[in-house]
Structures are given as C-alpha cells and as structure tokens.
Design a binder for this molecule. Structure first.
Ligand code: PEP
Length: 248
C-alpha cells in the first residue's frame, strides 16, 4: 500500500484563537482538492476553533504535547482524554523545543507514546540529532537510541500507527535545510531501524522537518522514503502552507 502524504503545520506558540480561525478560513479553499493528510497543530487554546472550522475538510488537528497520565495533580498539563473529548486526532511528541527548553526526556516519551495510542491519538514522534552529533558522525547512533527509548513500550505491531518526524535540530527554525540527499539517507536509515525492531517499517510514515518552505518542499518530498513534512515557520502563512501541501 502506498503511504499517503502527510503535511503537518506546527504553529508552536503562534496564533491566537481569532488568528487561527482566519488561517483556517483562508486555507480550506486552497486545499479543497487535496488527497493528502493535512494536519494543523495549534496551541491548546485554538484546538476547538480549528476543529470546528475544518469539519468536513481534509484537515486533521493535532496538539503539540500532552501528559502521559490520564488525570492527576499535574498543574498546567493536558491529558490524552482531554484532547480526545475535543475530537483531536493526533499529538506531537518529543519536539526538539520540548526536549531543549522544557526538559522532555526519552523516559517520559516512552510513557507518552503508548498513552497516546491507548487513547486513540496518532503520535507524531519527533527525533533528530544536534549539529555536534552530525559533525561527529553520530547521527545514526543518536536516532537509534531515541527510537529504542521512545518506542520501548510500543508493541511492534502498533508502530505503523505512529508518524515519525525526522527533524535535525540544526535545521529547525534556522533557514538551513538538510539536502534532499541527507534527508533521504537519514530517513531510509530510520525505516531500516524500525524494520530491525520488528516493525513494518514500509508502512510507517516518516516526515522531514527543518526549514521546509514552498521553494524546497517538492524536492524533499520527491525522495522515496520521505512521506511528507512537519513545517514550522512556513506553516504560519496559508499561501505558503497550501503551496507545500500541493508540492507533496
Ligand atoms: C518545526 O517546528 O518542527 C520546524 C521544523 O520548524 P521550521 O520549519 O521553522 O524549521
């Protein structure tokens, strides 16, 4: 079965509820004919607005994080059942900004990924190496360790329900994109690593993320193992994001 292209907009801490509404109204006519999975990841506060405005369209909605417990004394946190009640489809887990600024660890991801699956949310699991690791030739080791740790409690049969986003940290928000060859080579390695873990690596969708924009999207997504993109900065503009969806 061919893997359906998957394009996700990670808005990070951008867009108020009214700005999110404006974006969705502008985007929907531009992507009306798409057969791809188009996913918007707004702030928690704008989830409902985006969900309600995009009903009946190709757009699916993801949160940018969640807590691994269903409920409890975790002030400021949001759980999977809370997201599911809103009709959220997916959740970004392990984004490098969460790892870097908010202490997200592989240990907590090992609990979050199965918690998301158990609740019926599609995890979009982000992995990626630092510039130092790439320069030191440690990219594959870093990615292998992240996969091993973050998927430790996921049965191999459920791995195809997860979307993996390969995001080299040195390419996120920097304007520096991995070359299509670098991204292809690394994503092919991730697919092999999943196969070695006993998962059906051929059916897992693996995205590239890191300074994707309309001018480089087609070349990146034309690579045989790259199934789509996780887009930050360029996803804030409906014209740019629609152009990236079209390029897939
Ligand atoms: C991201 O936020 O996941 C991302 C890849 O950001 P940008 O496209 O801005 O590099």
């Amino acid at each position: 079965m061919p893997r359906r292209p998957y394009i996700a907009a990670n808005w990070k801490m951008h867009k108020t509820v009214s700005e999110a509404a404006e974006f969705v109204d502008a985007l929907l006519p531009k992507i009306a004919a798409t057969q791809h999975d188009v996913v918007i990841c707004p702030s928690f506060l704008a989830l409902s607005e985006v969900i309600e405005r995009s009903r009946g369209s190709a757009v699916r909605v993801a949160a940018q994080n969640m807590h691994e417990e269903e409920s409890g004394a975790f002030t400021g946190e949001v759980s999977a059942p809370m997201l599911v009640e809103l009709d959220v489809d997916a959740v970004v887990l392990g984004h490098s900004e969460r790892r870097q600024y908010f202490g997200e660890t592989d240990d907590s991801l090992a609990r979050k990924v199965p918690a998301a699956l158990a609740a019926g949310l599609e995890p979009i699991l982000c992995i990626g190496e630092s510039e130092e690791a790439r320069d030191a030739g440690q990219t594959e080791g870093v990615l292998e360790r992240q996969l091993q740790a973050d998927l430790a409690k996921v049965e191999p049969g459920r791995v195809p329900e997860i979307v993996i986003a390969y995001e080299p940290i040195w390419a996120i928000g920097t304007g520096r994109t991995a070359t299509p060859e670098q991204a292809q080579e690394t994503i092919a390695f991730i697919r092999d690593a999943l196969r070695e873990r006993g998962a059906a690596g051929d059916s897992v969708r693996i995205l590239y993320g890191g300074s994707v924009k309309p001018s480089n999207a087609a070349e990146l997504m034309a690579q045989p193992d790259i199934d789509g993109a996780l887009v930050g900065g360029a996803s804030l503009d409906p014209d740019d994001f629609a152009a990236i969806v079209e390029a897939a």
